[in-house]
Design a binder for this molecule. Structure first.
Ligand SMILES: NC(=O)c1ccc[n+]([C@@H]2O[C@H](COP(=O)([O-])OP(=O)(O)OC[C@H]3O[C@@H](n4cnc5c(N)ncnc54)[C@H](OP(=O)(O)O)[C@@H]3O)[C@@H](O)[C@H]2O)c1
Length: 261
């Protein structure tokens, strides 16, 4: 990572903020993206290494190429694109009263991610660089109350599995990162049935992984350009069990939501 230029989205909070701190400590030169400029500025003040903030709402799809242009203008190259920004929802399908939730989740988690990946392609081909994409275990299996979120993460997985094949022989790799539950702002910010933020976390936060621990494990996978990283033992086991006993995986997913961990 030392000296590498890394563009990281969703850097103002949670997993992204933890990634920024650990990447900076490893010597990466960072372009940090989120909407909240003040949060990015306080983060940069804490970082040991070089970093620049670019405040942007990633759903402004026609502005995403500005992020790549700004990175190249400042650093002259791009080595890794870490696509981490994301939002979530928390509602059973039958309870949804604001169906725009489905579109909003898809726009941030899938469309913005895919558009930014497209904009970064020439620069990453030039550097034989790397996409690291923060998906979720919900990108691999359905989880109740998270239908729109699951759909967006399945879309991300499909997009990058296809792109990985298109990039064979170019030296550009794709890593898909699938955390289990992590303590971050995302659960408080999750959109409920009416499209409004829940305001408080439904999770048992003392029982789930910290953002720092998640970031440390992700960075190991990113450094190795690993194809896929699964963030928990139940995630790794579930991948195999889904083929052999899919009903059991459904029951485990339902239980995880009931137990909030
Ligand atoms: N926490 C978990 O349990 C968990 C589990 C599996 C996967 N994940 C995934 O991990 C990633 C990071 O999530 P997190 O848990 O760290 O959430 P978080 O604490 O809510 O942070 C989300 C980040 O995304 C940014 N963001 C959201 N919407 C944006 C937009 N329209 N434009 C630009 N930036 C935007 C936020 O910044 P601003 O608000 O400043 O824009 C923030 O920096 C997401 O992709 C999430 O789906 C999380």
């Amino acid at each position: 990572m030392d000296g590498e230029v890394v563009l990281l989205t969703g850097a103002s909070e949670g997993i992204g903020r933890a990634l920024a701190k650990q990447l900076s400590a490893k010597g990466a030169r960072l372009m940090l993206v989120a909407r909240n400029q003040a949060r990015l500025d306080t983060l940069i003040a804490e970082l040991p290494g070089e970093a620049v903030a670019f405040a942007l709402d990633l759903t402004e799809l026609d502005r995403l190429s500005e992020l790549i242009a700004a990175t190249l203008a400042h650093y002259g190259r791009l080595d890794r694109l870490i696509l981490n920004a994301g939002i979530t929802m928390w509602s059973r399908v039958e309870d949804l009263t604001d169906l725009s939730v489905l579109e909003r989740v898809m726009r941030v988690n899938y469309l913005a991610t895919a558009h930014l990946a497209h904009a970064a392609l020439p620069a990453l081909k030039q550097s034989r660089g790397h996409y690291a994409v923060v998906s979720s275990l919900t990108g691999l299996t359905g989880v109740p109350t998270r239908s729109g979120y699951c759909a967006s993460k399945h879309a991300v997985m499909g997009f990058f599995d296809a792109l990985r094949i298109e990039l064979r022989g170019t030296g550009v790799d794709v890593t898909l990162l699938c955390p289990d539950f992590v303590v971050t702002q995302t659960h408080k910010r999750a959109m409920g049935a009416d499209g409004q933020a829940l305001g408080e976390t439904p999770m048992q936060e003392s029982k789930i992984m910290t953002a720092d621990a998640c970031a440390a494990q992700m960075i190991k996978a990113i450094e190795k350009r690993q194809r896929l990283w699964l963030g928990s033992a139940r995630g790794r086991l579930g991948r195999w069990l889904k083929l052999l006993a899919p009903g059991l995986i459904d029951a485990l997913a339902a239980r995880a939501i009931e137990r909030r961990r």
